[in-house]
Design a protein around this ligand. Structure first.
Ligand code: NIG
Ligand code: FE
Length: 416
């Protein structure tokens, strides 16, 4: 496929650039009046219109040529934190939340994660696959071209494995890269309410070996939070996961300064996610660390909790990525366009910074930035073409609307 007359080809980073640290986040190279050639599912070449050779022009004179006049071409959004396998939405909690109940209060009253776990127990693998597929199709239509998906609504060996098998089926069925994360340590199930050590043994002695045997997970996540998993429990779980080759991605500092960032960094976590609550020691810990700070502004928006200190993290030389956190309890939305807008409006990132955080750094948070997340020769041709836009900033500016007009996956237009 040849795309010509592109108003701006966005994210033309050098191929060896695999992440953007600190102030580098503002560096978003855009090629104006450009063309791009996609072949065999990959980005074959690109350049400015005056450099388009007669050979390529004649090769695509009569077929598979698309004009993107007035439009921008972006690398697909890379959503590095989601929980899209779940049995049912939880909009009954929405009313409670509006009436003033906090996330913790709703969870303590039998709502929250345990509510989702009860529903998931009765759902079949096929049902879960169908509903997660519908969510994923919606996300792809909104420009997402790589995604991480967590378990964590199973909370038993059988149900966690069921969730991970659904994620494996999604990997096989969808034309985008998908990473799977074991999040059995999402909450203590009812049966282990007073036996935390017993649940941790269940994860380390039964679940982890079974997951490793079927090669069902790429990462291990822990909800490190007051009332959920403590620092020492997180430490024990991450040490056990390392023995099976699972690197950590941690839910840290969502509701309080939990120490989850420090324990994650100590275990060389790929990312520590949320960080709505930060202090100086969190910034110092992530400064110059290879662990990525993944911020989830649509979770703050929905729960009404603080927005993360993105500017502080960027100024501290941390690596900042943005993701949706799509899940039924704290973020019932998988729209990365809205995340980019919130990144600007609420996290005070400039449009270039928010776009980089949702593309190249999002890919890095899934260890996929050699393959996706920017426009470079040889990378996977997952892109989207926008509607005509007056400028790049128009995308986050026009919040709540999608400017994504055409989705291209592996060099082909996505019609799903
Ligand atoms: O990332 N914080 C923990 N997990 C999810 C919410 C899960 C739920 O409420 O179902 C989150 O916000
Ligand atoms: Fe989450």
């Amino acid at each position: 496929m040849l795309i010509t007359n592109i108003k701006g080809l966005v994210g033309v980073h050098p191929k060896e650039k695999l992440l953007l640290r600190g102030q580098e986040l503002a560096d978003l190279p855009v090629l104006e009046n450009a063309w791009i050639l996609l072949e065999d599912g990959l980005i074959k070449d690109f350049g400015t219109m005056d450099s388009l050779s007669e050979t390529i022009k004649s090769q695509y004179a009569t077929h598979d040529k698309h004009s993107a006049e007035g439009r921008y071409v972006f690398p697909s959004w890379c959503d590095s934190h989601t929980h899209i396998v779940f049995a049912a939405p939880r909009e009954e909690e929405f009313a409670l939340k509006i009436a003033g109940k906090s996330y913790e209060e709703i969870a303590a009253a039998g709502g929250g994660i345990l509510n989702s776990a009860r529903k998931l127990q009765d759902a079949s693998e096929d049902e879960l696959f169908e509903s997660a597929s519908a969510r994923l199709r919606d996300m792809i239509r909104q420009g997402t071209g790589a995604v991480e998906i967590k378990s964590g609504y199973g909370l038993s060996v059988a149900s966690e494995l069921k969730m991970l098998r659904v994620i494996l089926r999604l990997k096989q069925a969808f034309p985008i890269p998908i990473k799977a994360t074991l999040l059995a340590a999402h909450a203590y199930p009812q049966a282990y309410k007073n036996d935390h050590a017993g649940y941790i043994r269940l994860i380390t002695e039964e679940l982890l070996p079974a997951v490793a045997k079927e090669n069902l997970a790429d990462y291990m996540d822990v909800f490190c939070e007051q009332g959920f998993f403590s620092i020492s429990e997180t430490d024990e779980l991450l040490s056990a996961a390392a023995q099976y080759g699972l690197k950590p991605k941690i839910h840290a500092n969502q509701l309080s300064v939990s120490g989850g960032v420090q324990i994650g960094v100590q275990h060389h976590a790929v990312s520590v996610d949320h960080l709505e609550e930060t202090d100086g020691s969190v910034l110092a810990c992530l400064s110059s660390s290879d662990t990525i700070a993944t911020l989830l502004p649509s979770c703050s928006f929905y729960l009404g909790i603080p927005f993360a200190n993105a500017r502080g993290l960027v100024n501290a030389n941390a690596i900042v990525a943005l993701a949706t956190d799509y899940n039924p309890g704290s973020t019932p939305s998988g729209n990365m366009n809205f995340v980019v807008s919130l990144g600007c409006i609420k996290l005070k990132l400039q449009p270039q910074e928010a776009i980089n955080a949702c593309t190249l750094n999002g890919a890095a948070a899934m260890e996929l930035s050699h393959e996706i997340g920017s426009i470079a020769i040889g990378k996977r041709a997952n892109l989207f073409i926008t509607r005509p836009m007056p400028s790049l900033a128009f995308l986050p500016y026009s919040f709540g609307q999608t400017q994504v007009e055409t989705v291209i996956l592996n060099g082909e237009i996505y019609h799903g």
